[in-house]
Ligand binder design. Structure first.
Ligand code: SF4
Length: 365
């Protein structure tokens, strides 16, 4: 691990990055990464201070909790109100619905349990055989593989899944088509690419004219990936480069992909604050209706949903931040009304959200 944190090598890479950005001769050069773990690495190691001034490294829609849409939270809150035991990841608890979060539902006496894995949710179902246990599943394709594997292995009759899994390549397409963003290249998440393989980005790079570099999560991984990306932008080569070859292959983990597509299919879905994303959601396939909470229960969100009354929430810039148009410091509420202990918007809720990360480590204004 240490060899990926060597300060001397980091300085060399930072200098190379400076040179490459200068050689492009424009300012700013906008690049986007689509992964909360990359933002964490950038913030934690203070890498932004090493980025050239003319390079703008934007965090895109890389936080699955942040893009879970309000009606999806309302469905989970409604299920809890209907008496189901709702299991979900800890980050999902404070995520605001139209009126309530799952944390509020729990405070109201709803059965809401935090789990660390889908298998743990299955254990909860086994422990409560007389209750309906619903796993509110969030996360990108990498996490969806775990949900798929558990379903394929067999689950008890009282277990179902409320899927808010999302599919990242689809959102990259949408963000790249936004005329205001002007993203010239992308850093793709190494852990997702372990599953999908790097080749999946080739049609995207060709279609959008923007190169994609697959990167790992150590400081040198991020810096080396940025040097490569800026080089590709400079040379106008809309290609895919794999800068994480110690883990990522061209074709990825095929057995995992088979599991994923046996259980899930892509559908159009709303990503909170960003857009309606064609093929952006991962829903259970029709043959899995018996474990699909949406098919199995009549979820009446009118009991818990409704209009967003919260005046503060209307000022939240999460959507613009995840589309690359703003950064957390552009938000008047940042660190004041909106803090990790009292989040107003989704980007402050999750440990992978840009606002939460900048609040924890400090960003560059
Ligand atoms: Fe939204 Fe809070 Fe971030 Fe502002 S600081 S954009 S309110 S999450």
């Amino acid at each position: 691990e240490l060899k990926f944190r060597d300060p001397a090598r980091a300085r060399e890479l930072a200098q190379a990055l400076e040179r490459e950005v200068k050689a492009i001769g424009r300012s700013p050069v906008n690049v986007m990464h689509v992964c909360g773990s990359h933002e964490q690495a950038i913030a934690r190691f203070g890498l932004r201070a090493a980025f050239p001034r003319d390079l703008s490294v934007i965090m895109g829609p890389g936080c699955p909790v942040c893009v879970t849409d309000t009606p999806e939270v309302d469905e989970a809150v409604a299920l809890a109100a209907m008496g189901a035991r709702v299991c979900t990841y800890g980050d999902m608890l404070k995520l605001p619905g139209a009126q309530k979060s799952l944390g509020d539902a729990q405070a109201d006496g709803g059965k809401v349990e935090v789990v660390y894995s889908v298998s743990q949710a299955v254990e909860v179902a086994k422990r409560h055989p007389l209750e309906q246990v619903v796993f509110f599943a969030s996360g990108f394709e990498t996490t969806a593989v775990a949900t798929a594997a558990v379903l394929l292995a067999g689950v008890p009759d009282n277990f179902s899944v409320l899927s808010s899994h999302k599919y990242v390549p689809a959102a990259m397409e949408v963000v790249s088509a936004m005329p205001e963003t002007h993203i010239e290249g992308y850093i793709a998440a190494g852990h997702a690419a372990i599953i999908t393989g790097w080749e999946i980005f080739v049609p995207f790079a060709r279609k959008t004219g923007a190169p994609v570099v697959v990167a790992g999560f150590e400081p040198l991984d991020v810096l080396a990936a940025l040097v490569k990306l800026v080089e590709l932008i400079k040379e106008r080569r809309p290609e895919v480069a794999n800068m994480y070859p110690r883990c990522v292959t061209r074709e990825g983990n095929q057995p995992a992909q088979e599991k994923l597509w046996k259980v899930f299919q892509t559908t159009t879905g709303d990503w909170r604050g960003i857009a309606r994303v064609p093929s952006g959601n991962l829903d259970l396939r029709p043959e899995w209706a018996h474990v699909d909470a949406r098919k199995r229960f009549r979820i009446d969100t009118s009991l818990v949903g409704g209009k967003v009354e919260n005046e503060l929430a209307k000022q939240c810039l999460c959507g613009d931040i995840m589309s690359g148009l703003k950064n957390p410091h552009d938000c008047k509420l940042f660190g004041k009304e909106c803090r990790p202990d009292s989040p107003v918007g989704a980007c402050m809720v999750s440990s992978e959200g840009a606002c939460r990360i900048w609040h924890q480590y400090g960003g560059i204004p």
